[in-house]
Design a protein around this ligand. Sequence first.
Ligand SMILES: Nc1ncnc2c1ncn2[C@@H]1O[C@H](COP(=O)(O)OP(=O)(O)OP(=O)(O)O)[C@@H](O)[C@H]1O
Ligand SMILES: [Mg+2]
Length: 244
Amino acid sequence: MALLEVKGARKSYGKLIALDMVDLAVESQQFHGLIGPNGSGKSTLLKCIAGAEYPEEGTLSFLDKDISTTPPAIRARRGMSLKFQITSVFNLLSVYDNILLSIQAAHSLWQLAGSRSRQILHPQVMDILSEFRIESRADDLAGELSHGEQQWLEIAMALAPGPRLLLLDEPTAGMSPEERRVTGELLRPIKARCSILIVEHDLDFIKDLSDVITVLDQGRVLDNGTPEQIEASERVREVYVTRV
Ligand SMILES: Nc1ncnc2c1ncn2[C@@H]1O[C@H](COP(=O)(O)OP(=O)(O)OP(=O)(O)O)[C@@H](O)[C@H]1O
Ligand SMILES: [Mg+2]
């Protein structure tokens, strides 16, 4: 069974149908791209998976358990981590403390009261900062980082608690071409540890990283397949050439 399985998800806002009978499966250690034009439902799908929104119809299963009505905090504790489209680091805390908090937040109170002290978590914090090439900024306020570095910090925060599934909503938005290239380099090795479902606008960026790509259009799955299949898909080409 897939790590994550979404079946027949439907979500509407008033009369607008944001997701319409969406099926999606993410396998273990899979890099799964999610693309589609503006307003096609990509962020809504990620929010439904993380539990920030609940679909009116359909089921979700994660690690062989039905999580359709499971609250977001429990989904997170079971191994799901979401980076929202809008950057949300704590600007007035240091880069170091942002990471520390994200690890501590994933632990239960009794663990925190016990051995999970700052000192014990220090190597884990420094490892992830160095993996994302921001260890030299550890003592700076997160608000002082460049936009690209803030995005990397936020991905690092989502990854620090050791999720089984990382949900990333447009992690390269607003980045320079060089920053996008570095982001690709930073994301590639993550697949060895967990699965990634990543929303992107840019097929060129995502096709080099993804094992599988799902394309949404107006709340529906337009196509699903390997990057080669998606690139060759007439339906996808029609949407991308005529509407994006
Ligand atoms: N909270 C909300 N209330 C009302 N409508 C919403 C809400 N959130 C999303 N929508 C609408 O649902 C549709 C899907 O939005 P969503 O944000 O999922 O698209 P998206 O594919 O992520 O777009 P983008 O590429 O612009 O980020 C859009 O028409 C959007 O306006
Ligand atoms: Mg979006």
